[in-house]
Design a protein around this ligand. Structure first.
Ligand code: ATP
Ligand code: MG
Length: 296
C-alpha cells in the first residue's frame, strides 16, 4: 500500500515537471489547454461555485450548507464516511437530484433558478460513476460518438479524430471496435471516461469510479485521472482511495454528516488534519487497509 502511494505521487510529480505545469499555474488557468484565462479586469474565474447548498430527502437532511469553489484546473477530492452525502452532492450538480436551497453557478451561469436547460448544462459536466453504463449493443467507438452526435449534433468526421485521440491516450485505440462485453472492468471504465471527455465538458465529476473494479484494474483507471489532472482538467473527485486522493488533489474536502468539516491541501489533511472527525476517519481507513492486508 505504502509503495503504491509513493509510485502514484512520483507519477504526478514527474508528469507535472514534464508538462511544465505546476498546480499553481494550473490554478491560475494558465494552462494553454484549458483556454480559461482570467479576464483583463483581474476578476477571478470560477468553473463551479456552490453556495450554501441544502438538500434533504424528506425529513432527512443530507447536505447542510455546502459551499465550495473550483477554479479552472482545480482538482478537488471529496472524502468522508459512507452516507455523508458525497454522491448526493455530485448528483445535485447536474440536476439528477433537486435541491432545497442554495446556489450553483457553472461556468458563470446560475443553474439553480430560472428556466434551467439541463440538456445544455449537462454537456458542460462530465460525470463518471462506479458503473460504466455503456450500451452493450454498441461498440466502444459507437458508445463514445453517440453523445457528441445525437446531443451536440456534431459531425462524425469532426468527433472521430478527437475520440480516437482520447482512446489512444488511455491505451484503448486498438479496442475501438470491441463491444463492452469483450472488455475488462478497467477498460470499460476508461471508455466511460473517454465518452464523457469527448463531450468537451468544463468539469468532470468522478464518483468512486474504481469501487467495483478488481484491484489490478484500479491503477490503470487512476493513472488516467492523474494524467488528466496534469493536463489542467477541472475535476471534482469522490474516492475512497486515499493514496490516490493524496496524489491527485489540490484540495481535500472532508465531508461528514452533510457538512464540510475540513478543506485542506492534501499534505495537511493526511499528515495533520485539523479536526478530530477527520483524524478518526483517517484512522479507521488505515485500520481497514491493515486489516485487508492481514486477511489476504
Ligand atoms: N434517493 C434517496 N432517498 C432517500 N435517501 C437517500 C437517497 N439517496 C441517498 N440517500 C441518503 O442520503 C445520505 C447520503 O447518501 P450518499 O449516497 O450521498 O452518501 P455517500 O457519501 O455517497 O456514501 P458512500 O460513501 O457510501 O457512497 C445517506 O443517508 C443515504 O441513505
Ligand atoms: Mg456515494
Amino acid at each position: 500500500m505504502e509503495q503504491s502511494k509513493i509510485e502514484i505521487k512520483l507519477l504526478k510529480d514527474e508528469k507535472s515537471e514534464d508538462d511544465g505545469i505546476d498546480s499553481e499555474s494550473r490554478k491560475k488557468g494558465s494552462d494553454p489547454k484549458s483556454g480559461d484565462q482570467p479576464d483583463g479586469q483581474g476578476e477571478e474565474k470560477f468553473i463551479l461555485r456552490i453556495k450554501n447548498l441544502v438538500k434533504s430527502y424528506g425529513e432527512r437532511l443530507v447536505l447542510n450548507g455546502i459551499s465550495l469553489d473550483l477554479r479552472p484546473a482545480d482538482v478537488l477530492v471529496l472524502v468522508g464516511p459512507s452516507g455523508c452525502g458525497k454522491s448526493t452532492l455530485l448528483r445535485c450538480l447536474n440536476g439528477l437530484e433537486p435541491i432545497n436551497s442554495g446556489d450553483i453557478e457553472l461556468d458563470g451561469e446560475l443553474i439553480t433558478t430560472g428556466d434551467i436547460k439541463w440538456t445544455e448544462i449537462r454537456q458542460k459536466i462530465g460525470m463518471v460513476f462506479q458503473s460504466y453504463e455503456l450500451f452493450p449493443h454498441l461498440t466502444v467507438i459507437e458508445n463514445i460518438l453517440l453523445g457528441p452526435r445525437k446531443v451536440q449534433g456534431r459531425k462524425k468526421e469532426d468527433v472521430l479524430p478527437e475520440a480516437n485521440s482520447w482512446l489512444e491516450r488511455v491505451g484503448l485505440l486498438d479496442r475501438a471496435d470491441a463491444y463492452p462485453r469483450q472488455l475488462s472492468g478497467g477498460q470499460k471504465q476508461r471508455v466511460a471516461i473517454v465518452r464523457a471527455l469527448t463531450m468537451q465538458p468544463k468539469i468532470m465529476l468522478f464518483d468512486e469510479v474504481t469501487a467495483s473494479l478488481d484491484p489490478e484494474m484500479v491503477r490503470e483507471v487512476l493513472d488516467v485521472i492523474l494524467e488528466l489532472a496534469t493536463q489542467g482538467l477541472t475535476m471534482l473527485i469522490v474516492t475512497h482511495e486515499m493514496a490516490f486522493a493524496r496524489a491527485v488533489a489540490d484540495q481535500v474536502i472532508f465531508l461528514d454528516k452533510g457538512v464540510i468539516v475540513e478543506a485542506s491541501p492534501p499534505e495537511k489533511f493526511f499528515n495533520n488534519p485539523d479536526s478530530d472527525r477527520a483524524r478518526k476517519f483517517l484512522n479507521v481507513f488505515e485500520f481497514n487497509e491493515i486489516h485487508k492486508v492481514q486477511s489476504l
